[in-house]
Design a protein around this ligand. Structure first.
Ligand SMILES: *[C@@H]1O[C@H](CO)[C@@H](O)[C@H](O)[C@H]1NC(C)=O
Ligand SMILES: *[C@@H]1O[C@H](CO)[C@@H](O)[C@H](O)[C@H]1NC(C)=O
Ligand SMILES: *[C@@H]1O[C@H](CO)[C@@H](O)[C@H](O)[C@H]1NC(C)=O
Ligand SMILES: *[C@@H]1O[C@H](CO)[C@@H](O)[C@H](O)[C@H]1NC(C)=O
Length: 341
């Protein structure tokens, strides 16, 4: 009992601490969400920082190359005593100019880490990171977190439902999309006047599909706990997930997720209908075979005729269900039509 109370106390003081260190959130894409510097100094800061400068220049050049997709780049100076591995990623809804602006701001922010042998900066619109070891395959690491905007709580009924569906769909679809990026909108209630939620998910392009899945699963778990706040972000080494009550990308930049949801999507109704029609078609199949076997018997046998019509009556409901929930196969349908004659 006592330990329960002290646990509760520990949890609530931790929550309080988390609330106190929350950064301010604005709609600007250059909105600092997280900055972290390694506690260790590079052995030779002079060499290390020269290598950092070279990789940052390389990253900027790649982002500014109109031939590339322009939202993701890695660069390294791997030779010598103080190697540097660096990565930058912009959200795909940013233009090249906005992406370059976000990158330029991140470069200024990351300078605060001085001679540390690792640093990362995460903004709404982009992130930048460098380390003395390769980290390109990192999915989820200690330090992953959620940043909830607790200043505004959505008053719209259905907002929570819309966000939950949004996050589930993003988690399932994004790893299946080339480039690992999706922006989408979900509405709950009457279209146009219900509650809307906007969201994006993005994985680092050097991850595998399963690495992206793993990272987004953790991010979804973190972010779900921001509700009913009107805005929230989850950040990690390998991915980014955000939802908002307000649109933060253009309508024509949304991704059609439908082709990527398939099995494992969040539509429970589909699964139920699938189960019903699956069961009904099996019943129908077995029934049709029994029916055909019985109809082959000589017509003289009155008893046989009776039982075959009984079976037909028994089968009718499943035929009804099947024709409603599955596209009727012409063969089965014609068997059904021929049956009672
Ligand atoms: C939101 O966070 C601030 C501190 O950042 C805190 O003072 C306030 O009580 C929190 N509001 C809610 C509704 O949790
Ligand atoms: C790296 O670039 C910054 C900004 O341009 C400059 O101030 C610094 O001296 C450079 N460091 C090295 C070691 O070249
Ligand atoms: C991007 O490239 C163009 C030329 O292709 C150059 O004029 C411009 O200054 C570059 N911008 C940045 C931020 O490097
Ligand atoms: C872009 O591609 C064209 C042809 O595909 C090439 O001529 C040009 O040099 C490339 N530009 C850059 C900046 O790589």
């Amino acid at each position: 009992m006592e330990s329960n109370i002290s646990n509760l106390f520990a949890i609530s003081s931790m929550t309080l601490l988390l609330l106190l260190v929350k950064p301010a959130i604005s709609d600007s894409q250059i909105n600092l969400l997280d900055i972290g510097c390694s506690q260790y100094k590079a052995p030779n800061p002079e060499v290390f920082l020269r290598n950092v400068n070279a990789t940052l220049a390389d990253l900027g050049g790649q982002l500014n190359n109109t031939n590339s997709t322009g939202h993701f780049a890695t660069a390294q100076q791997a030779r010598g005593s103080d190697p540097v591995y660096a990565m930058v990623q912009c959200r795909n809804y940013l233009s090249t100019a906005d992406c370059l602006a976000c990158f330029a701001k991140s470069v200024l922010q990351i300078r605060d880490c001085g001679g540390a042998n690792g640093a990362r900066v995460i903004n709404d619109g982009c992130f930048l990171r460098y380390e003395s070891n390769s980290f390109y395959d990192q999915t989820t690491v200690e330090g992953h977190k959620r940043i909830c905007d607790n200043r505004t709580i959505s008053q719209r009924s259905g907002f929570k439902v819309a966000v939950e569906r949004l996050l589930s769909n993003l988690e399932v679809a994004t790893p299946r999309i080339a480039g690992f990026f999706a922006a989408t909108k979900e509405e709950e209630g009457v279209i146009g006047s219900g509650a809307a939620a906007y969201g994006v998910a993005q994985c680092v392009q050097t991850l595998s599909k399963s690495g992206c899945e793993e990272c987004l699963k953790v991010a979804h778990g973190n972010l779900g706990r921001c509700l009913p706040d009107a805005d929230g972000r989850a950040v990690d080494a390998g991915c980014f997930l955000r939802y908002s009550e307000k649109a933060f990308f253009r309508d024509d930049q949304t991704t059609n997720l439908t082709p990527f949801l398939g099995k494992g999507g969040s539509s429970k109704n589909k699964a139920i209908i699938g189960g019903v029609s699956g069961g009904a078609s099996l019943l129908l199949f077995v029934g049709v075979i029994i029916f055909l076997q019985l109809s082959r018997k000589p017509k003289k046998d009155r008893k046989g005729k009776e039982s075959s019509s009984k079976i037909f009556i028994l089968l009718s409901p499943s035929v009804f269900v099947s024709t409603f929930y599955i596209k009727p196969k012409p063969l089965i349908l014609s068997l059904y039509l021929l049956g009672p004659q």
